[in-house]
Design a protein around this ligand. Structure first.
Ligand SMILES: N[C@@H](CCC(=O)N[C@@H](CS)C(=O)NCC(=O)O)C(=O)O
Length: 212
C-alpha cells in the first residue's frame, strides 16, 4: 500500500501521524504545505481536505483527514505492533487521553485561533502566550493524573500507544511556546522516554526535510 502524508514539519497533528506511521514501520512519501503562507486554505490543498487543515493521508486510493481518524485507520489496517491494548476499558481510557490533546488542548492553540486572537481581538504576544499556557496547563494537569494512575513508562501502560502519539507533539508545542513544564514530571518522563525511541526521534519536527 503506498502512503502519502501531506504535512508540515511544525504541524502537531502531522507529527502525531508521523509517529504512528513510524511505530507501525510504514514507509510513506511526504509532501509539505507551508502553513505560514496560508497555502493550506488554497484550492489545491482544499481539494484534498475541504477543512484546509493538515494532515491528510493518501492511502488505499482515498484521502483521509483528521489525524485521530488516520491513527485509528492505521491501527485497524496494520494491527502490529498494537497502539491500542485489547481491553475495552483500556482502549477507552487511551482514546480519552488522545481526545484531551486533540479536542481540548490543540484546537485552542492552533494557528487559525491564534491568528484570530491577534487580528480580531487585538491580543498582544503576552496575552497570546498566556492563552496557550492556560489551555495546555488544564489538559496537562489531567493527563499527569491519568499517567500517574496508568502509565508504566509510557503515557498508558508499558509500551507506546496512541496516547503517546498525541501527547508527545503537544509537549513539543508546549516547549515551543515556552510553557513551564515543571508541574508535570510524569509527562516529562514520558517525553524523555520518547526522545530515545527511533520512531519518535524520526518523527520529530527538527528531523523533517522541510524543517527550517
Ligand atoms: N483536528 C485536526 C486538527 C488539524 C489542524 O488543526 N492542523 C493544523 C496544523 S497542526 C493546521 O493545519 N492549521 C492550519 C491553520 O490553522 O490555518 C486533526 O487532528 O487533524
Amino acid at each position: 500500500m503506498s502512503l502519502v502524508l501531506h504535512g508540515y514539519w511544525r504541524s502537531g497533528a502531522a507529527y502525531r501521524t508521523r509517529i504512528a506511521l513510524n511505530l507501525k514501520n510504514l514507509a510513506y512519501e511526504g509532501r509539505t504545505w507551508d502553513l505560514r503562507t496560508g497555502v493550506q486554505r488554497g484550492d489545491d490543498y482544499r481539494a484534498l481536505n475541504p477543512q484546509g487543515l493538515l494532515p491528510a493521508l493518501e492511502a488505499d486510493g482515498a484521502v483521509l483527514t483528521q489525524s485521530l481518524a488516520i491513527l485509528e485507520y492505521l491501527e485497524e489496517t496494520h494491527p502490529e505492533p498494537p497502539l491500542l491494548p485489547r481491553h475495552p476499558i483500556a482502549r477507552a481510557r487511551i482514546r480519552a487521553m488522545c481526545a484531551t490533546v486533540t479536542s481540548d488542548i490543540h484546537p485552542l492553540g492552533n494557528l487559525r485561533v491564534l491568528t484570530s486572537l491577534r487580528k480580531d481581538l487585538g491580543a498582544d504576544e503576552t496575552q497570546v502566550s498566556a492563552w496557550i499556557a492556560r489551555w495546555i496547563s488544564a489538559g496537562f494537569d489531567a493527563l499527569e493524573t491519568t499517567i500517574a494512575q496508568h502509565g508504566k513508562g509510557w503515557a498508558y501502560g508499558g509500551s507506546a500507544t496512541l496516547a503517546d502519539c498525541c501527547l508527545i507533539p503537544q509537549v513539543y508545542g508546549a516547549r515551543r511556546f515556552e510553557v513551564d513544564m515543571t508541574p508535570w514530571p510524569r509527562i516529562r518522563a514520558v517525553a524523555e522516554r520518547a526522545a530515545e525511541h527511533p520512531a519518535f526521534v524520526e518523527a520529530h519536527p527538527d528531523n523533517q526535510p522541510d524543517a527550517d
